[in-house]
Design a binder for this molecule. Structure first.
Ligand code: ADP
Ligand code: ZN
Ligand code: ZN
Length: 738
């Protein structure tokens, strides 16, 4: 495309992001102008000269060319934080598919119009004793409003501003007057800032020999090729220690650091660790923050008030002026993949931002994603290993239990006999137990409890899902077959879905061990604010003997008194209807097992399954990542799944099923027209694993090709086709690239 016309945004700090203006690009600028570049343009009445950012190019004008103004100057040496972020947004738009506005809104810190309203808090700043005395005084003087507010704050030291004005009926004037007297404070800051007061001095640990080797290796890599570094280190080996050392190194050079962690891992423990080491220089983001709070955080980062930003994937867009390092902990976590458009992956965007700003990228995991490890094997990333746990704690002794044998022996319970005995023993010794129900990706697969047979698609080698209409369906290609009444392998009639939930397991445990104290952690029990943290803290404090939960319980906290972990139905995630099922299972089981024996006492783990020889489970039991990877990459290569081949999911949704079906069929035909070579595989359209959400039907087409670039090229053409075709007006199409 020739860069004849440029789209320009003039003010990026406001909600006005949606407004781009088109300008003529003078011929001599067509070569040098790039997305994100700062330009000087005539603007508004009187053609005032102002600065703007180029967000994209067109070869056709969007209005009368004779009325179009020309760009005055390209300020190519005037790179700002924003221009870098606009350029990153342009790359994301191109790579993942979205509009430029969607990409800009993801990347730029947008100020909220209703700034602060819901984010502001009123906090008590005097002691409770002083407060109580003052309250008496107010009551005596009949200062009713002041008394109401103070009483509220004595009850709860922090109240949302809105609660104070709406519920307590206290006016802004009264709040201000108490603020002036130093009785309260109005804050918009994150709760974690308060934790600063607990920190008196910053300290650092002495690294072990192995940790030092990794730090030195990474520093050398920074000097040499500066590839992204992947630390494969078992849990408890000190990856966080290594990160801290690298962060220190970067901050000492006057550059800033972004630390990405999965949302769920932002616990009090990790916050305190960072504060202890870096004090005021570190700030935290979480996804529950309002836009205004996030904006404030970003403003502080830009102004140089903080050097380190810790947070979930959106922290990646912190506008640091001289970003030196991006760290990505628990690199394999699925929460790094955005489910909204643009559907970006934080790992790829981190690597890209690193390249654009000469920042280093370091990621770490005990169970790296197959994709990251593949990059390391191919030499795109540099691999480092931490093989030893810090201190005396050992990996737990792990046993795989064949549930088919249990059935043969007449035990139809969800619990194997060995696990029951082990629980009894731990309870007797007053040690703690975690029971993990693996429900991740559970999509109603059908299996035989006698022989372990699982119904799979003959074309895609993923599990079929049973549907209410009495059919088994493949969510990749749409293959259908009637539901099974008996096992085709062994003719047993013990065939069907797995029904148990955490609640059922809880009541079974209570039946088996009357009087035992149980905590349950699942979507139901963690709904409220801080629901997670409350349960985890209670368990940590020894308020329960057994913690039962879904995948939520396998991350984050360290529980030194847990000596037994039971993985119930390890198969559930194994048979999720997608090609990553083995990878997810390995990761989850590995992490679950790794929860046992983190303290002084040795740990033990049991993995219950109908498929005891499955390589992912065997490898997880041995905590043998390499064995898992070799097996898994062979399967991906054979089937042409990512990371070996690239894959693009075209996700369509619409209210009318017929209309959607037709639109997807047309899209497929168009696809076949634009790329005619046989190396492109087109699969589907098929219903998505959840075929209908909010009355919108959902269908998907998968495309596979050895080259990622070919798929992005195809995506570009499809995006244009969809844009100009009115048939797609009522249908939403999204792209997901892997
Ligand atoms: P990972 O991030 O790999 O799971 P951590 O960095 O959290 O490992 O280390 C696990 C535990 O061991 C933490 O409690 C940490 O404080 C401790 N630890 C690790 N390395 C050291 C060290 N060199 N000195 C002191 N404590 C350490
Ligand atoms: Zn069978
Ligand atoms: Zn199929």
């Amino acid at each position: 495309m020739t860069k004849k016309y440029a789209d320009i945004i003039v003010d990026i700090s406001h909600e006005k992001l949606d407004r781009t203006f088109q300008y003529l690009v003078p011929e001599e600028m067509q070569e040098i102008l790039t997305e994100g570049m700062v330009v000087t343009i005539p603007f508004g009445r009187g053609d005032r000269q102002i600065k703007g950012y180029v967000t994209g190019f067109d070869d056709k004008p969007s209005f009368d060319v004779s009325k179009m103004k020309r760009i005055i100057r390209a300020n190519s040496n005037e790179e700002t934080v924003e221009s870098k972020l606009v350029a990153l947004a342009a790359w994301m738009r191109q790579n993942y598919g979205s509009t430029m506005i969607q990409a800009l809104k993801t990347v730029l810190p947008v100020k909220d119009k209703v700034k602060g309203k819901e984010a502001r808090k009123v906090c008590l700043r005097i002691s409770k004793a002083d407060g109580a005395r003052l309250l008496d005084e107010y009551l005596n003087k009949h200062y009713v409003a002041k008394a109401r507010l103070l009483a509220g704050l004595l009850d709860q030291a922090e109240l949302p501003y809105q609660v104070v004005t709406a519920k307590l009926q206290v006016t802004a004037n009264v709040i201000r007057s108490l603020e002036k007297d130093g009785i309260l404070e109005i804050t918009t800051e994150s709760v974690y800032r308060d934790a600063l007061e607990e920190v008196t001095d910053t300290k650092c640990d002495i690294l072990t020999k192995e940790q030092t080797q990794v730090v030195n290796g990474i520093l050398e890599e920074w000097e040499a090729d500066d590839r992204p570094c992947l630390i494969h280190g078992i849990t408890g080996s000190g990856k966080t220690q290594v990160y801290m050392e690298l962060i220190q190194e970067t901050v000492d050079q006057g550059r800033q650091v972004i630390v990405l962690i999965p949302e769920i891992a932002l616990t009090h423990q990790i916050v305190m660790r960072f504060l202890h080491r870096f004090g005021k220089g570190v700030s935290f983001l979480n996804s529950r923050m309002s836009t205004a709070q996030r904006y404030d955080q970003f403003k502080a980062a830009k102004a140089g008030d903080v050097q380190i930003m810790v947070g979930p994937r959106s922290a990646l867009f912190t506008p640091f002026p001289d970003l030196g390092l991006i760290i990505m902990d628990e690199e394999h976590e699925t929460s790094y993949h955005s489910e909204t458009v643009p559907r970006y992956h934080a790992r790829e965007v981190a690597v890209r931002r690193g390249e654009m700003e000469q920042a280093h990228v370091v990621m770490g995991s005990a169970t790296p994603s197959v994709t990251a490890y593949y990059h390391a094997m191919e030499g795109d990333y540099r691999l480092f290993r931490l093989r030893e746990r810090y201190g005396s704690s050992q990996l737990p002794k792990t046993t795989i239990i064949d549930m088919r044998e249990e059935l043969k022996a007449g035990n139809r319970s969800i619990f194997s006999r060995s696990l029951q005995e082990a629980i009894a023993l731990r309870l007797e010794k007053k040690e703690q137990v975690m029971l993990f129900l693996n429900r991740r990706g559970y999509a109603g697969f059908v299996s035989c409890r006698s022989c372990g047979y699982v119904a799979k698609c003959p074309h895609c080698d993923v599990s079929l899902s049973s549907h209410r209409n009495g059919k088994l369906i493949c969510h990749y290609c749409g293959y259908e077959t009637p539901d099974l009444k008996e096992c085709p392998e062994c003719q047993s009639t013990y065939i069907g879905g797995f029904g148990a939930g955490t609640q059922q397991i809880e009541s079974l445990v209570l039946q088996m061990f009357p009087g035992v104290r149980v905590l349950r952690m699942d979507l139901d029990t963690t709904r409220g604010k801080d629901g997670h943290a409350k349960i985890l803290t209670a368990f940590e404090n020894g308020e329960a003997d057994i913690l039962i939960g879904t995948q939520m319980i396998v991350k984050g906290h360290d529980f030194p008194h847990v000596t037994l972990v039971g993985v119930l139905a390890a198969d559930l995630s194994l048979h999720a209807a997608d090609y990553c099922a083995g990878e997810r299972t390995f990761q989850l089981v590995c992490q679950a097992v790794g929860r046992a024996g983190r303290g002084e006492q040795a740990g033990e783990a049991f993995i219950q399954t109908y498929d005891p020889e499955h390589p992912a489970l065997v490898a997880a039991a041995d905590q043998d990542y390499e064995a898992f990877y070799d097996e898994e990459i062979a399967y991906r290569t054979l089937m042409g799944y990512p990371p070996v081949d690239a894959m693009m999911a075209i996700l369509g949704s619409g209210m009318l099923e017929e209309h959607l079906e037709q639109a997807m069929e047309y899209l497929k035909k168009y696809l076949q027209q634009i790329y005619r070579k046989p190396d492109l595989q087109i699969i589907g359209p098929a219903p998505e694993s959840i075929g209908k959400i909010n009355d919108r039907y959902r269908k998907v087409i998968y495309c596979k090709h050895p080259k990622y670039d070919i798929l992005t090229m195809i995506k570009d053409q499809l995006e244009r086709y969809i844009q100009i075709n009115s048939g797609y007006d009522s249908i939403q199409i999204q792209f997901d690239m892997t």
